[in-house]
Design a protein around this ligand. Structure first.
Ligand code: S3P
Length: 433
């Protein structure tokens, strides 16, 4: 089991280019594989999660070549996937298993999807239920992976009201809808990331978006295109918080995806008083990009507006570190979903913050954090193999006068393989042992 030793550092400087967006990377493989023609992807995230999706589609007969962050997908067409010889192993990746369930439920072959210990504990009823309503046949381990899908079912379109604001469930149902008879519509209770809708349109598929409802009609085709994956705002968030809390910092994050369904973290940090500005805003391939400059900031505690929760859902571990360094109390509510991420991110962060002497109160759907000063830890912080927990506590070292040790950091590879290298180049002092 690998560990970070994050030693004190106080200065953070430079222009930083974080790797490609994880959500868009997954979707580029899935939709590129189902398209007719050759899809060329640049800026692909070379993280284990996106690579699990890539490998799974190779296992289903799609020729995919990769040189670093450049990927060429020889699309097999919407009905061209082949039965994999063995179960598809999706590792730690919730996005892979949930989105692929929608695609695989509609194939004419049986298959099984498995995952690691963390993924095997995550709820899949949220995709099994709507897919079953569409006519899919899926067996699970009490609503958790492995998932066994029986192929050869003709799916029918449904109108589905999402019970939770989840882009994974929305995407799963829309992807199944590509194969369903008639119209498939999804209504979401709050806006969630819309990369699936954007990329479907980019590959020539008609998606009607009306306020909080997305509809498509089954039976169409996807046409290959070029996809440029922008930098991941979720990975950028660690550097936004790092610069905001560092005693001396001035960094610019280059070419970050600022799709409005992802920018909750920017809004939250600004509400907390962060010195953060966007420049050079542009649109590439249907996605918005900007350069983001962040300088040292005097942060204040806030009550995080619940409307921002789905728009910042992956960034809360980093936001909790910002809250720990802010003046006053930060309160998060309406964020129960954090309990079913790669770890229970409310409890695991609360435990780590307590190790660092930060007063906090765990709520059923959130947390209260009293800003303060990190104290010398008397024990190692446990990340529970959650990549975002590991990176968040590494960032805390910018406000510590002693090393912070974090256990179980192996899964940083799932989303941000060069995190340590980039962090150290910018001025942090993280050792992986
Ligand atoms: C994702 C959606 C979110 C997010 C996950 C990636 C996606 O999950 O937490 O990291 O790519 O669609 P939920 O849909 O479960 O909120």
């Amino acid at each position: 089991m690998s560990k970070f030793i994050a030693k004190p550092a106080h200065l953070l400087l430079g222009n930083i280019k974080v790797p490609g967006d994880k959500s868009i990377s997954h979707r580029s493989i899935m939709l590129g594989s189902l398209a007719t023609g050759i899809t060329k992807v640049t800026g692909f995230l070379e993280g284990e999660d996106a690579l699990s999706t890539l490998k799974a589609f190779q296992d289903m007969g799609v020729k995919i070549e990769r040189k670093g962050d450049k990927v060429t997908i020889y699309g097999v067409g919407i009905n061209g996937l082949r039965k994999p010889e063995k179960p598809l192993d999706l590792g730690n990746s919730g996005t892979s298993i949930r989105l692929m369930s929608g695609i695989l439920a509609a194939q004419n072959f049986d298959c099984k999807m498995v995952g690691d210990e963390s993924l095997s504990k995550r709820p899949m009823g949220r995709v099994i239920n709507p897919l079953t309503e569409m006519g899919a046949v899926i067996e699970s381990n009490n609503g958790k992976p492995p998932l066994k899908i029986t192929g050869g079912q003709q799916l029918k379109g449904i109108h589905y009201d999402l019970p939770v604001a989840s882009a994974q469930v929305k995407s799963c149902v829309l992807l199944a809808g590509l194969y369903a008879q008639g119209d498939t519509c999804v209504t979401e209770p709050a806006p969630t990331r819309d990369h699936t809708e954007r990329m479907l349109k980019g590959l020539g598929y008609k998606v009607n978006v009306n306020n909080n409802q997305m509809c498509l009609t089954g039976g169409g085709d996807l046409t290959a295109t070029e996809i440029q994956v922008p930098s991941d705002i979720s990975s950028s968030a660690f550097f936004m918080v790092a610069a905001a809390i560092a005693p001396k910092a001035d960094i610019t994050l280059m070419g970050v995806n600022v799709n409005p369904t992802r920018t909750g973290v920017i809004d939250i940090l600004k509400l907390m008083g962060a010195n953060l500005t966007l420049s050079n805003e542009r649109e590439i391939g249907g996605e918005l990009l900007a350069d983001i400059r962040i300088q040292s900031s005097e942060l204040k505690g806030i009550h995080i507006p619940e409307a921002l929760v789905p728009l910042a859902i992956d960034e809360f571990p980093a936001v909790f570190i910002a809250a720990s360094c802010a003046k006053g109390e930060t309160v998060l509510t309406g964020a129960k979903e954090l309990r079913v991420k790669e770890s229970d991110r409310i409890q695991v962060m609360a435990d780590g913050l307590s190790v660092l002497g930060i007063e906090n109160e765990v709520l059923e759907d959130g947390i209260k954090i009293q800003g303060g000063t990190f104290q010398k830890p008397t024990q190692v912080i446990e990340s529970h193999h959650d990549h975002r927990i590991s990176m968040s506590f590494a960032v805390a070292s910018l406000r510590c006068d002693y090393p912070v040790e974090i256990n179980g950091v192996d899964n940083v590879m799932t989303s941000f393989p060069n995190f340590v290298e980039l962090a150290n180049t910018a001025g942090m002092n993280i050792q992986e042992v």
